[in-house]
Design a protein around this ligand. Sequence first.
Ligand code: FRU
Length: 544
Amino acid sequence: MKKRNASTRPTIDITRREFIATASASLATTALIGQGGRKSLADDRHRPRFHLMPPSAWMNDPNGPLYWKGRYHMFYQYSPVVSIMGPKYWGHAVSTDLVHWSNLGIALAPSPDGPDKNGCWSGSAVINDGVPTFVYTGVTWSAPGEEPERARGLVPERQMVAVAADPNDVNLMKWIKVPENPVLAAPPVSMKVVGWRDPAPWKEGDTWYMVIGSGQVGKGGMALLYSSKDLLKWKYLHPLAVAESEPGVDDARRPWLSMWECPDFFFLSGKPVLLVARGNVYLTGTYSDHKFQQTSRGQIDYGSTAYAQKTTKDDKGRRIWWAWIHEKRSTEAQASAGWAGVMSLPKLLTLRSDGRLAVEPVPELTALRRREKRISNHKIVPNDPLLLKGFESDCAEIEAEIELGDSHQAGVCIRSTADGSEQTLVGYDRDSQKLFCDTSSSSTDPQTQGLRPPVVGRGVESGALQIEKPELLRLRIYIDASVIEIFANGTVSLTDRVYPASPSSLGIGLFAKGGTAHLRSLTLWELAPISNDRLTSGAERFRV
Ligand code: FRU
């Protein structure tokens, strides 16, 4: 199974038998959806209403966010079976405003007997001489024969290219794989890599550069750098960057722990930034002679449920960030729901004056705001979670400003029953100076607890947040059924998942611990769903 280690990175470590077992369990799920399951999907109260996702089944990594001819396109890893090990296709959705999405179906499918016969894995979408182009990893995965090859440093991964059949089609419906495929057939000779995938190109002058995620046992992740004039003929240059120190990477039994998945490299206000999937880490530093030297590191999202981050630059020159939000309930619960995986909201990345990155929701999202409720000047008394009368929703945005006073912890309580038996706490812990989301009591459903990897269940997720004096916590929280996206003080984000057992876990309130805090103001906006059926229509376009 693909496993998630303590540092939040999913890894693959599967036997042939497990592979077959997972695939057949998942095929049973597909049959279930086929038997008129659409209504149950649309009625599923855990299914989001303003996040992008396919009509059913499985989504993972954002692959090619792309702005083209006035439209935002999102290509993503899609599988017709609810399983991380299912065969991977590229799903496709389009939007004119970054907020409302239409599912367009499958853009890219494995070719039988082709270098991507076992899956079209992650990659990127770029514009090459006016032609939208995919660069992605094809897999020829064959588990039984694989071990000796892996020992020699060979991986069943190839780099592939596909081009838009008609660049004038604003919807980019048809894609053609180039005859030169695979454009890269193997990693550099003599390098024993544990993986070689997720290409991400960018252009400097008339030359394309591209990083491919890779790594070596005992050494850890690296991003290998290639160059090309045409995206077809590539030359290997050197590692763009190598992990500085990664505890635990010398576990040779699990070589997948030793690689960087989904690298993404770009310049933000002239400063080079390298993203890697694990931990939603970003590295900043210097870039000369096409070598990146890391000087600092941070995390764009503190939630273990956000993974495989990917950015794009839009027509306004903004750097927009996306990630796959995976589930936090048992694989059985995912299979019986008939869907798993959600695309994050688009987030805007900017460079702060101290050289760190700031992350905020894109301003376009305010278009979803409807009915508004506001409360101001309220004392938050310790150990007394206070539900606000008339403030209830699971499809909403909250903006709150809390003076921390002499409290040790303070924040906002969401998805709460009237008696607090189910509730999720979003707040700030002053002693550790951390933003946190506490889902320990978010659900009484056993399917959210004691889970087997790769799924992590309920608990506390947190990350560093420095708040200048006078200490004012500024929260923006998006609640979309089971998806919670939190932004704090205009700088950091934390994504989490909750699956309350009670349909009445809708309450919103305040909490303080160890002292008294003060609410300056809290505004709740009901948000408008982006479709009237939780994006469940159009399943026929995803038929494989
Ligand atoms: C990250 C990842 C990528 C791979 C893809 C397959 O989640 O493992 O490295 O290309 O998913 O779906």
